[in-house]
Ligand binder design. Structure first.
Ligand code: SAH
Length: 397
């Protein structure tokens, strides 16, 4: 058995861990061992010396991310066990199919692997560390992926330059941990639609996998509608709208590079289809300048307006302004799919911002669906912070 360093908590600071919340805040710690290093595996004990959990230590507000509430080693077999559990869940609910080779295999705390994200694109796994402990473990994780996913994974790309604390004494260079040959297909298949993925330079791991189910719902709403896909990124919602029989699809994003990839993705699936067009433009400007009644289905999927608690007020104003612009322009009887992926904004707060926008517009608005993140982005019930994506489907008369 490995002798891990021990951290003791101050009196009464053990309650949240006893309820299986996987974070130890720095203020809860009584004392740190002298020789502790960021990324170390540590054992956490209550003031009365009761064992609470084992996890990764790093400097910061969240000092320890718990990986197990049982005493155990954090070794190759630990990662294999957790990855196997994660894979079996996805496989058992039908997410792993030849016509859907794109899914999130590991969603941090939701899969009891705090600090780790793994997205699968066919034979490629993109691994993203959000904690130094996971950075230190990256080779163990790549090896475990190979064991658990057997021959279905040939390439493992590590993409953590943008997700690790820049002050940490590490050098997380983005690079392949396994494979990486030039034959690697840069196309992901989601519900039988093909998407080019730029995992090296793209946002997140290259694609917004979390909108898969919401895109399917949009497909069902698209027939004979004029669809405006605002914040289209690489064209996820646009492709589903095209397949759903939309009369017209317009994708808008401020990133010219994203719009270019979106255009390629539409071409990849539908060839030169005259129903589709795109524009590289600012959302607020586009919505302000477009005529009334031009669209009867508008998707609003902006980036997180609030990345921390201090930004919540301004973000709520941003959601209100954005939704108001859409309420003012959408045609009578039209549909709006509106989202927020800001983790610090609650479902209620988001709904209230949309409500305020509706009230100012004076239009009648019905909530048809309340949307969330899909099952491959699970929320650990003891870690409600894992819930981040919320959406509303509205009918506006
Ligand atoms: N709906 C997309 C994901 C959207 S991510 C999908 O399903 O894949 C958010 C996008 O908003 C990014 O592509 C970013 O370039 C774009 N964006 C950010 N600010 C913007 C603005 N002011 N106007 C238009 N697009 C913006």
């Amino acid at each position: 058995m490995n002798q891990y360093k021990k951290i003791s908590l101050k009196p009464k600071k053990d309650e949240s861990l006893k309820r299986f919340h996987p974070w130890v805040f720095s203020g809860a710690i009584a004392s740190l061992p002298d020789n502790i290093e960021e990324g170390d595996v540590v054992e956490v004990y209550a003031h009365d010396n009761t064992f609470l959990g084992v996890g990764h230590y790093q400097i910061g507000t969240i000092a320890v991310r718990i990986l197990s509430f049982q005493e155990r080693e954090i070794d190759a077999s630990f990662f294999e066990e957790r990855l196997r559990e994660a894979y079996q869940m996805r496989d058992s609910i039908g997410l792993v199919r030849p016509d859907n080779n794109t899914y999130r295999l590991v969603h941090g705390e939701g899969d009891m692997l705090a600090g780790l994200i793994i997205d699968i694109y066919g034979g490629l796994a993109v691994v993203q560390a959000h904690s130094i402990g996971m950075h230190v473990s990256r080779h163990l994780i790549a090896a475990a992926l190979k064991v658990v996913l057997d021959n279905s994974i040939q390439h493992v790309y590590y993409k953590s330059e943008g997700t690790l604390p820049f002050k940490a004494p590490i050098n997380p260079e983005d690079s392949f941990l396994l494979g990486g040959e030039s034959d690697l297909a840069k196309v992901a298949i989601e519900n039988n639609l093909n998407f080019k993925i730029d995992w090296e330079k793209g946002q997140k791991t290259g694609f917004f996998i979390d909108q898969r189910e919401n895109r399917s719902l949009l497909e069902a709403y698209s027939k004979n509608r004029s669809v405006l896909n605002m914040f289209c990124y690489t064209g996820g919602f646009s492709a589903y709208a095209m397949r759903g029989g939309a009369k017209e699809v317009v994708g808008v994003d401020s990133s010219a590079k994203a719009v270019m990839i979106a255009d390629e993705n539409i071409k990849l699936n539908f060839g030169d289809d005259e129903r589709y067009s795109s524009s590289s433009d600012d959302a607020f400007k586009f919505l302000k300048e477009m005529p009334n009644d031009a669209y009867d289905l508008i998707v609003l999927d902006p980036p997180a307006f609030a990345k921390h608690r201090g930004a919540v007020r301004n973000a709520l104003q941003g959601y209100k302004k954005l939704n108001l612009a859409a309420f003012e322009k959408v045609s009578k009887g039209g549909i709006i799919f509106t989202f927020s992926c800001s983790q610090v904004i609650s479902r209620e707060q988001f709904r209230l911002a949309v409500f305020s926008a509706a009230a100012i517009s004076g239009r009648k608005v019905k909530i048809l669906h309340q949307l969330s993140q899909p099952a491959d982005h699970p929320i650990n019930i003891y870690h409600p912070e894992g819930e981040y994506l919320k959406g509303l489907v509205l009918q506006v008369s």
